[in-house]
Ligand binder design. Structure first.
Ligand code: PLP
Length: 280
């Protein structure tokens, strides 16, 4: 497997980054994940736009132009023969002696690799997944896609321990989002509800693409807060992310959603988004 670091391609076993890298020492770094289906990247413009925003918010210089980053992604997909999977990008503030403050001239590190992963037609897509509820223990700038992911690691661990596939995180009684996904519910009155973008959640690229799909399909969309109780009582629910596309949710905190199986609105959005994604 080939890994990219700062302008060079290495075999994975030779790909190394310093222990003084600020991503390693402070979580001072951001990342992006783009799904690959049939060798093609899905919603990559949205992901690279968000990457640019993340580094901008943290005052980290962009290591490469957008065009050059795309070339690196494509080169890795080709070299690693990725048909279905993902391309991972990480930009860290750079490497220097450990100190909370950083030199303004510090050069960022850019690391990129690929992973094989089934993206379409998974069991989760067909049968749906179960979701656990956990307190949102993250910092206050969740709109920046940082690699400080310990709260999500713990949330996923808890989900698995209680027989679930994902955790939806809750703040002040309101669902923020999944540990690695955006959360949608369909209300009894057939409104598709998802939390509006703010510092409280990551602006999901798939979330945005799916909202556009739902609008085209003439579904009523409400971007507003919703409680755990409202989620548990929803007619349907689903989650979205780059590598899980649209995945039905059939249980939340032990409550069956709808008939306990993927609902028709979820199926429709899933099919249409998948169709669009496949033709990228
Ligand atoms: N929310 C969080 C916290 C995430 O980590 C992710 C993806 O990993 C998402 C939402 C979904 O974002 P996207 O659709 O851009 O993959």
């Amino acid at each position: 497997r080939t890994v990219y670091i700062n302008g060079e391609f290495f075999p994975a076993s030779d790909a190394r980054i310093s222990v003084f890298d600020r991503g390693f020492l402070f979580g001072d770094s951001i990342y992006e994940v783009t799904a690959v289906i049939d060798g093609k990247m899905i919603d990559n413009d949205l992901h690279l736009g968000r990457l640019e925003r993340s580094v901008d918010q943290l005052d980290i210089p962009m290591p490469l132009s957008r065009g050059k980053i795309i070339s690196v992604q494509l080169e890795l997909i080709t070299r690693n023969k990725i048909v279905e999977g993902l391309v991972y990008l990480q930009v860290t503030r750079g490497t220097e002696d450990r100190s909370f403050d950083y030199s303004s001239a510090l050069k960022p590190n850019l690391v990129a690799f690929t992973q094989d992963k089934p993206i379409k037609g998974t069991n989760a897509h067909r049968a749906g997944v179960k979701v656990a509820i956990v307190e949102d223990a993250r910092w206050a700038r969740r709109d920046i896609k940082t690699t400080m992911l310990l709260a999500q690691v713990q949330a996923k661990r808890h989900a698995k321990a209680v027989g679930c596939d994902e955790a939806w995180m809750v703040q002040d009684g309101f669902v923020t989002e999944g540990a690695s996904s955006s959360a949608f519910i369909l209300t009894r009155r057939n409104y598709l509800v998802t939390r509006p973008n703010s510092a409280a959640i990551l602006p999901g690229c798939t979330r945005q693409a799916v909202i556009e799909v739902a609008r085209q399909l003439d579904f009523d969309i409400e971007e507003r807060l919703f409680t755990t109780e409202e989620a548990c009582a929803a007619k349907e629910a689903f989650l979205t992310s780059a590598t899980s596309l649209v995945t039905p949710v059939i249980e939340i905190a032990g409550h069956s959603i709808g008939a306990g199986q993927p609902g028709p609105v979820t199926r429709r959005i899933q099919d249409v988004y998948f169709d669009i994604a496949r033709h990228f």
